[in-house]
Ligand binder design. Structure first.
Ligand code: SF4
Length: 566
């Protein structure tokens, strides 16, 4: 048994995204306000100085944060009323918006902005910049932030969560200790808050252990592939927002594109692709490149230069896919809890607010010294009663309505808006994303579709890029001498089932060229190579493998993309 250091903390936030940071800051503010009140009134008991800790796998806060993003600032205003004076990195206030349907070469603009996509009063932000800025304020408030440490295991005392273990550092590709070996440490807290972001690897194990998804719809995700471009001043208005439906996605694929004017010379452009798609040859990165080639979009990039690339999944299953959020010793917040409003394409404000509501419950728990499930469930009740709970309920069937394709969905989305979320029946059920995948034969009528059928294009290196080039612009690096963090459970399934039926779709759905299946010319034997160093931590493979044969686990702390403007 490895000797491990144990660090005792009071409240432990796992994951350093905006959900955890907002929670940690709100909790600190609540405790300070309480203690000041006790001092002033001379009544009640003060809360002793606490150790609140935030654990983050990336090398600096914000390095793994990626979103569109147009942010509703309400929770930020509540948390930091003088956020502007404190220099919040808000790129631009939304000044105008277009919603368009793209055909292959044409475009139909909606005469009015559908109310859910009305972004008046919202801000275009880079989530990586916002996270880094918020982390600075959180640290100043006395919270301990530990970047570069990946939580790899949940610690239990019986059925009570008591903290997490961080991953060992200095293990080579064969699993042997290197000279710089450092065992992970055990961080133990009275309460552990899981804010790991989308498809949290520890959250998955908690959901399984405590049956937190019993009676719920399965998770569902989109993968967003995004670039930031520098463009000549005057080419695109700061604060302008474009949302598109249609091309290059077929009408049976959920998703859409966006272009956001960040400032005078920078834009964010991206495409979301629903991972419940059927076509094993669909490649979300390729779709994104095609989106940029559409004449209406391509003209925006003229004389521009791509400066950063990234990808991430976002949970779009909605209200009915939110797991139970509390258990003995812990709660789940943000994207890890599937808290995302897919109709509005927004998760940042929901994540922040969920962290703050969790903080309010933890504050009460500290006063009572009670960290039981019964006490921590107040967080779940508060969340459903809050404005975001109501927003989530109102559009509870939004994503499920797309299962029958775009046109049916647009009709249903309109009905849903009028009927407050109720379409024919109160709850539309759905299947996990990977179950939707069809075989190559089913989709193309042949096992050998042509390049034209697959819709392949040549990348010009100016406006469109291959995955390898794009990954370079994500800054992603990992210590090469470590075991792969992409765990293929059974390679036999890859070679003998997935290859003949689906032709190794991991090579397409991964936006970072991590999976490479080659066939030996002489023996005809397949072999899989995993270029894990490219990984963007987007989690698409964990969601979309047709046999659920890939599990994403955190690599050695500090590895992964180095976003600065995503
Ligand atoms: Fe995303 Fe998986 Fe590819 Fe990493 S390996 S970039 S998590 S799809």
């Amino acid at each position: 048994m490895e000797e491990r250091d144990i660090m005792e903390v009071d409240v432990l936030f796992v994951g350093g995204g905006v959900a955890s940071l907002s929670g940690a800051l709100h909790l600190t503010n609540l405790i300070n306000a309480h203690n000041e009140k006790v001092d002033k009134e001379g009544q009640g008991e003060k809360i002793d100085e606490l150790m609140i800790a935030v654990l983050e796998k990336s090398s600096y806060l914000g390095a793994h944060a990626l979103s569109g993003a147009v942010m509703d600032p309400s929770p930020l205003k509540e948390l930091i009323p003088d956020f502007k004076e404190k220099g919040a990195p808000l790129d631009a206030e939304v000044t105008g918006e277009d919603v368009c349907l793209l055909t292959k070469n044409g475009m139909i603009k909606a005469p009015i902005t559908p109310p859910p996509l009305n972004n008046h009063g919202n801000y275009i932000v880079s989530l990586s910049k916002l996270t880094e800025w918020l982390a600075g304020i959180v640290e100043e408030s006395g919270v301990n932030i530990f970047p570069g440490f990946a939580a790899t295991e949940v610690l239990y005392d019986g059925d009570r969560v008591i903290g997490v273990r961080t991953g060992d550092k200095g293990i080579d590709a064969n699993g042997d200790k290197k000279g710089n070996f450092e065992p992970g440490i055990d961080l133990q807290g009275k309460v552990t808050v899981f804010g790991e972001g989308t498809r949290g690897s520890l959250t998955k194990t908690l959901i399984k252990k405590f049956n937190l998804d019993e009676g719920k719809n399965p998770d569902s995700y989109v993968v967003g592939v995004k670039e930031v471009w520098e463009i000549p001043e005057g080419s695109f208005k700061p604060g302008h927002v474009i949302h598109t439906m249609g091309y290059p996605l077929k009408s049976n694929t959920y998703g859409g594109g966006f272009v956001y004017g960040m400032n005078d010379t920078q834009i964010a452009v991206g495409l979301l692709t629903g991972l419940d798609y059927e076509d094993p040859y669909l490649d979300p990165h390729l779709m994104f490149q095609k989106f940029k080639m559409h004449p209406y979009i391509a003209k925006i990039f003229k004389d521009g230069k791509m400066v950063q690339y990234g990808a991430k999944t976002a949970p779009v299953g909605g209200y009915f896919s939110i797991p139970k959020l509390a258990f003995e010793g812990g709660v789940i917040i943000g994207d890890s809890a599937n808290l995302f409003i897919s109709q509005k394409i927004k998760g940042v404000h929901v994540a922040m607010k969920s962290g703050m509501l969790a903080a309010e419950t933890i504050f009460e728990a500290l006063l009572k010294n009670d960290f039981s499930e019964a006490q921590l469930s107040n967080y779940e009740r508060a969340l459903y009663a809050s404005q975001i709970g109501k927003e989530l309920y109102k559009v509870r069937n939004f994503h499920q309505a797309f299962e029958k394709g775009l046109w049916v969905a647009l009709f249903k989305a309109g009905l849903q808006f009028i009927l407050g979320g109720r379409i024919l029946k109160n709850r539309l059920t759905t299947k996990p994303d990977y179950i939707h995948q069809k075989s190559v034969k089913e989709v193309y009528g042949t096992d050998s579709p042509t390049d034209e059928q697959k819709g392949l294009i040549k990348f010009d290196g100016q406006n469109t890029f291959d995955k390898e080039t794009d990954v370079y612009y994500s800054g992603s690096t990992h210590e090469e001498q470590q075991p792969s963090h992409l765990k293929i459970l059974d390679l036999d399934i890859c070679y003998n089932k997935c290859l003949p039926e689906f032709q190794a779709p991991c090579q397409r759905f991964c936006p970072a060229d991590v999976y490479d299946m080659s066939i030996d010319e002489e023996t005809g034997k397949p072999s899989m190579k995993i270029n894990f160093s490219n990984c963007l931590h987007c989690k698409t493979c964990d969601v979309k493998d047709p046999f659920a044969n890939i599990t994403w686990v955190p690599p050695e702390g500090g590895g992964g993309p180095k976003y600065t403007m995503m």
